[in-house]
Design a binder for this molecule. Structure first.
Ligand code: HEC
Length: 197
């Protein structure tokens, strides 16, 4: 009888210790693939990666947010755990179809069309086709109401793929130098003009 109680107590102690183990070990990250990245509920409280990106070509204005892990990224790349959320707004148009401009000369935000998410973690995107692997980044797209958008994530991969030297992230220079895309383009043209042919 006493012996049984001792065995039970030992069993309970083992269970308790086993239960503690995951608290000290690093929690494993589920191996997600495209479309499985949830829309983070609190992203509007995050730091902006870039604000009011002007895309008259696409008739859109875009805001890009990054989570605190992403904000610790450097020009050498972003750490595992980075999440980017990009809001794509329609640029408000005049009756004749031309795009409206605010007092600051910038496009005016209309309806929110899409919310794009990209995130990076160890082993993520491992199931993506070899020719479309973007390191460990995965992609997801949502409508303004948070429902899944119909876009194929193969298109996301194809368009971010050429940016391997910038950790697959667009407008990298603009963020890290704080210069606008226009200023950077001008700078490159001047450098090209100045360099001997
Ligand atoms: C035709 C090219 C193209 C496609 C397709 C594309 N992107 Fe991008 N993406 C860009 C560009 C360019 C930017 C920088 C913002 C801008 O100029 O609009 C960007 C920026 C982003 C950002 C902000 C981080 C960064 O790289 O600057 C996220 C998040 C993102 N895209 C997710 C997606 C998702 C999700 C899809 C697919 C549903 C997708 N993108 C498809 C070109 C593309």
């Amino acid at each position: 009888m006493h012996r049984n109680r001792f065995v039970l107590a030992l069993g309970a102690l083992t269970l308790a210790l086993a239960g503690c183990a995951p608290m000290t070990a690093q929690a494993p990250v589920a191996p997600l693939k495209d479309g499985e990245l949830a829309l983070p509920a609190n992203y509007r409280g995050w730091a902006k990666y870039l604000s009011a990106v002007q895309r008259p070509d696409a008739k859109q204005v875009r805001d890009i947010y990054m989570n605190p892990t992403g904000a610790s990224g450097t020009a050498a790349g972003f750490p595992n755990g980075t999440l980017f959320v990009m809001e794509n707004y329609a640029a408000a148009a005049n009756a004749d179809g031309t795009l409206q401009q605010g007092a600051d000369g910038k496009l005016v935000k209309g309806a929110l069309l899409r919310v794009f998410v990209m995130g990076k973690n160890a082993g993520w995107g491992a199931s993506a086709p070899e020719s479309l692997k973007n390191g460990d980044w995965i992609y997801a797209a949502y409508l303004a109401d948070g429902a899944k958008a119909p876009e194929s994530t193969a298109t996301c991969r194809a368009c971010h793929l050429p940016l391997a030297n910038e950790d697959f992230v667009h407008r990298y220079d603009e963020h890290f130098t704080g210069k606008s895309a226009g200023a950077l383009q001008l700078e490159r043209q001047l450098v090209a003009l100045a360099s001997p042919r």
